[in-house]
Design a protein around this ligand. Structure first.
Ligand SMILES: Cc1cc2nc3c(=O)[nH]c(=O)nc-3n(C[C@H](O)[C@H](O)[C@H](O)COP(=O)(O)OP(=O)(O)OC[C@H]3O[C@@H](n4cnc5c(N)ncnc54)[C@H](O)[C@@H]3O)c2cc1C
Length: 503
């Protein structure tokens, strides 16, 4: 709780970085308020490829610090949230005359296996693609492949679980609240916040400000702070397509394209395949980002180079796009700009400090938050110690390899649940799935059925516990049930939510 109405820290932005910093800070004893102008993870943090990965291709750009930190984080994050994060094996096929020689890839994967932090994840191995089932959906182009480990994450849920945990620890977490002004007054920040649903204005006073607005970080500096000529981030668009399942193998594919780029094809939400991503400079407002016809063509034709059955635009059931807020290091090509994060304190010693967050990855958000807390400590005085490694995100308090046991437990307690419903609930809510289901003893007890495996009981939980207020929050961020609901069913949910969240 803030002392005399003054917060220690006000965080702008409810993406993974803002929510991660807010959680870490409140856990150390700072009073924290966070304002997100839209829904949590509605910016870049729900538009990722969703890998908890070292970033094999960043080795080519000599980003060893970043890759090592990210590799070490894989198992730390998996242990923190084994419901929303799990290991994934990647098949990287290659052939003679490919753009990278096999020895170079093997060297990269050797570093990948040995740079640090790998205890549970299995090591790289070589596959004989004349025999391995991974070859089945592919054209007969490859005699060999490497298979290596990384992780998968439900990105939007990782954000909201950080927000939930921060709130549980005492932070004030505001959704649909845009920071419209920020000025220094008597050594403190006076921050103007507008509720974007009701229009209501509120003034927040804080000792320190953290600008974690992702792709909007420069916009916040020029609009809310009135700074001129701000150019810190390079916006790089990345888009993904989702098609009906192209293969039943549980492994993902890593394909190297002749243009030196790579694409992934990943098993997605049981019935689908996720294919991405593109990489192109972006100059419009990040809120308008949308896949282009060229990107659709690029992803379809790149994937069709490898899959025996082509990927056609008409196979696409969903697409999403997001903008990477990369620190502008002047690299000439979008895919070469640094993926590392940069934290800048402004001014370094004076009153009412401001910390700007540039760049970052989902995988490194926890370490980014720890580094931010070092800067915050230097600026307004240290509190607490690093604590998030070894902690659990809400619902993640079970062993990393314990997912199947959690599903079996839930199935036993709620025998009426269909297998895929129980599996999904444990993936989304972990040990909190039983709290969500409460005393319901039958499907009827779950209330109105909106379509897919989405029932009123879960929607209520999302409104009460996870700040959901629109159908899209539920269908595309808290869950991916949007893939299963018809347009009519989605409209039914929208009406229900409008009634349930009316003030
Ligand atoms: C295509 C793509 C693929 C990626 N794949 C991966 C991957 O596989 N693995 C990985 O580790 N990383 C990946 N990343 C990187 C990762 O997604 C981003 O680094 C991360 O999500 C950035 O989070 P953020 O919190 O900085 O920004 P955001 O998630 O965009 O959050 C910023 C928030 O600030 C809010 N905001 C802006 N202005 C204001 C204001 N005035 N007031 C209040 N709120 C405001 C916005 O609404 C937004 O929600 C990928 C990124 C892209 C684009």
């Amino acid at each position: 709780m803030p002392d005399q109405g003054i917060f220690d820290i006000c965080v702008i932005g409810g993406g993974i970085n803002g929510c991660g910093i807010a959680r870490d800070a409140v856990g150390r004893g700072y009073s924290v308020v966070l304002a997100e102008m839209n829904d949590f993870a509605s910016g870049t943090s729900s538009g990722a490829t969703k890998l908890i990965h070292g970033g094999l291709r960043y080795l080519e750009h000599y980003e060893f610090r970043l890759v090592r930190e990210a590799l070490m984080e894989r198992e730390v994050l998996w242990a923190m949230a084994p419901h929303i994060i799990w290991p994934l094996r990647f098949v990287l096929p290659f052939h003679k005359g490919g753009i990278r020689p096999a020895w170079l890839i093997r060297l990269g994967l050797f570093l990948y296996d040995h740079l640090g932090g790998r205890k549970l994840l299995p090591a790289t191995k070589t596959l004989d693609m004349r025999r391995d089932p991974a070859a089945k959906p592919l054209k007969p182009l490859f005699s060999k492949a490497f298979e290596y480990s990384d992780g998968w994450v439900d990105d939007a849920r990782m954000v909201v679980l950080n927000a939930r945990d921060a709130a549980d620890r005492g932070a004030e977490i505001l959704s649909r609240s845009r920071v419209i002004s920020a000025r220094r007054e008597n050594g403190l920040w006076t921050v103007g916040v507008q509720n974007t649903t009701t229009g209501a204005l509120r003034t927040i006073t804080a000792r320190m400000l953290v600008n974690a607005a992702g792709p909007w970080v420069d916009q916040v500096l020029s609009n809310a702070f009135g700074k001129n000529k701000v150019h810190n981030v390079r916006l790089v668009q990345g888009s993904h397509i989702v098609v009906r399942k192209k293969f039943s193998d549980p492994r993902a594919y890593f394909f190297q394209n002749p243009d030196n780029r790579i694409i992934f094809a990943i098993p997605y939400e049981n019935d689908f395949t996720l294919i991405g991503t593109t990489d192109r400079d972006y100059t419009d407002d990040p809120k308008n980002v949308k896949i282009s016809a060229e990107e659709i063509d690029y992803l379809c034709s790149a994937a069709s180079e490898y899959f025996a059955e082509p990927v056609r635009p008409e196979d696409i059931v969903w697409t999403y796009s997001a903008v990477r807020p990369l620190y502008d290091d002047g690299a000439s090509m979008a895919q070469e700009a640094t993926r590392d994060y940069v934290l800048k304190l402004d001014p370094s010693g004076g009153d009412a400090p401001l910390l700007n967050v540039f760049g970052g990855k989902l995988t490194t958000y926890r370490r980014l938050a720890e580094h931010a807390l070092e800067k915050i400590g230097e600026a307004i005085g240290f509190k607490g110690r690093s604590w998030t490694a070894g902690s659990s995100l809400p619902g993640g308090d079970f062993p990393p390899t314990g997912y199947a046991a959690e599903v079996a437990k839930l199935r036993k307690a709620y025998a009426f649940l269909e297998d895929r419903h129980a599996a999904r609930l444990v993936r989304a809510y972990g040990t909190r799935a039983a709290k969500l289901l409460g005393d319901s003893g039958s499907s009827e007890g779950l209330g109105r059925h909106f379509g897919g495996t989405l029932y009123e009981r879960e929607v209520r939980w999302l409104i009460d516990q996870e700040w959901a207020s629109r159908a899209e929050d539920v269908l595309w961020r808290r869950t991916k049930q949007g893939l299963y609901l018809s347009a009519e069913e989605a409209a039914g949910l929208e009406d229900y939510m409008a009634g349930a969240t009316a003030h």
